[in-house]
Design a protein around this ligand. Structure first.
Ligand SMILES: Nc1ncnc2c1ncn2[C@@H]1O[C@H](COP(=O)(O)OP(=O)(O)OP(=O)(O)O)[C@@H](O)[C@H]1O
Length: 228
């Protein structure tokens, strides 16, 4: 469970990105985070994987205050959280296989287990046959699928995606959403910041809407609900 209590985030340059955020996300939920550019969506989700720390307030994951976590503890947190970005962030010189394996190798799994697990997740995202391709040889949608495979390879409890379909065409975006739904169906909490009205209004889930660093709406099976 992710819980924020009266969270404020003021960046070093004095910009207030979040003010007075309190919310709870239960294990297994699927949550969209929507709002105009600059509303605070990225700041909100970055606090959940300790990419940023709150200026004030608490960010608890399973009752552990991650805002106060020491740097050396962060890798342990990250093993339980898969992160997916708009621009994929794959390592350009590594193959699809190596990009995914890298996430496992850093936790010293044995090689046979790594191979099986990596091929399993590449299969899950439909890319087993392109395991030897490097990112430049893959389409945007395929690169994002590799990034998803990398994010789920450690069986994280939480997957956080920041505008994962932002660089993809509509058909490819729906494929990505199908994979997210499958990931969520296995009990993984899925949190996704998005600007896609079509996705939010079609695949109905909880919607947290942000404006000026605050949560202005939080609905079960909500709608996108504002004009861009
Ligand atoms: N590292 C940073 N340093 C200073 N200000 C920042 C930083 N990151 C974000 N901000 C500011 O905080 C506010 C919220 O930004 P944030 O990226 O959280 O919004 P967003 O809703 O994710 O926007 P977008 O949809 O454009 O990605 C903005 O005013 C932004 O300029």
């Amino acid at each position: 469970m992710i819980e924020m209590k009266n969270v404020h985030k003021v960046y070093d340059n004095g910009v207030t990105a979040l003010s007075g955020i309190s919310t709870k996300i239960e294990a297994g939920e699927f949550v969209y985070v929507v709002g105009q550019s600059g509303a605070g969506k990225s700041s909100f989700i970055k606090l959940m994987y300790h990419e940023e720390v709150p200026t004030d307030g608490k960010v608890n994951i399973n009752h552990i205050d991650i805002g106060k976590m020491k740097k050396r503890q962060v890798p342990y947190l990250r093993r339980n959280i898969g992160v997916i970005y708009q621009d994929f962030k794959l390592l350009p010189k590594l193959t699809a296989y190596e990009n995914v394996a890298f996430a496992l190798e850093v936790i010293e799994e044995n090689p046979r287990k790594i191979r099986r697990r990596v091929m399993d997740v590449l299969d899950k995202v439909g890319l087993k046959h392109k395991a030897r391709f490097i990112p430049a040889q893959l389409s945007g949608g395929e690169q994002q699928r590799v990034a998803i495979a990398r994010a789920i390879v450690n069986n994280p409890k939480i997957v956080i995606a920041d505008e994962p379909t932002g660089n993809l065409d509509p058909d490819t975006s729906w494929e990505i959403m199908r994979i997210f739904e499958e990931v969520n169906d296995t009990g993984t909490t899925l949190i996704m910041a998005t600007h896609s009205r079509e996705i939010v209004n079609s695949i109905r889930k909880r919607v947290i809407a942000m404006e000026n660093g605050q949560i202005v709406r939080d609905e079960h099976r909500g709608e996108y609900g504002y004009e861009d």
